[in-house]
Ligand binder design. Structure first.
Ligand code: ZN
Length: 130
């Protein structure tokens, strides 16, 4: 039996994703209160979500103030629709954690509300988007 030719495009198994991040963006001067309310509701309704620190100062690739919510794959089907309905106008970046930070924040990412610029040059493996 002939070998099945390998597809040129790299295939990735989504089942290898153990965790996701939702980055919640806010403006310290105008929308921090909404971000605080969202954070409290997440903590109350999703105890398995891990809430990161407030970053009023810019960190990593982010070009707006934000905090991170890390959550296990098993929460995806309940938490993501909840966020869609309850983000209260805040912009959110959702991305998987595959070990490839550059792709996770570009090709693999989903945005709610807006698409913000990211300083992707902070990632070591800086590659062209697919
Ligand atoms: Zn992240």
């Amino acid at each position: 039996m002939p070998a099945i030719p390998r597809a040129k495009a790299e295939r990735r198994d989504h089942r290898s994703i153990a965790e996701y991040h939702a980055h919640v963006y806010y403006d310290p001067a105008t929308t921090r209160g909404r971000a605080e309310r969202l954070r409290q509701r997440v903590a109350a309704e999703f105890p398995r979500a891990k809430l990161g620190r407030w970053h009023d100062e810019l960190v990593g690739p982010h070009t707006q103030a934000m905090y991170q919510i890390a959550f296990p794959s098993g929460m995806l089907s309940s938490f993501v629709p909840w966020l869609m309905l309850n983000r209260d106008g805040l912009t959110i970046l959702l991305h998987p954690e595959t070990g490839d930070d550059y792709r996770d924040h570009t090709a693999h990412a989903a945005w709610f509300g807006a698409v913000l610029p990211l300083r992707v040059e902070v990632f070591q493996q800086h590659r062209a988007p697919e």
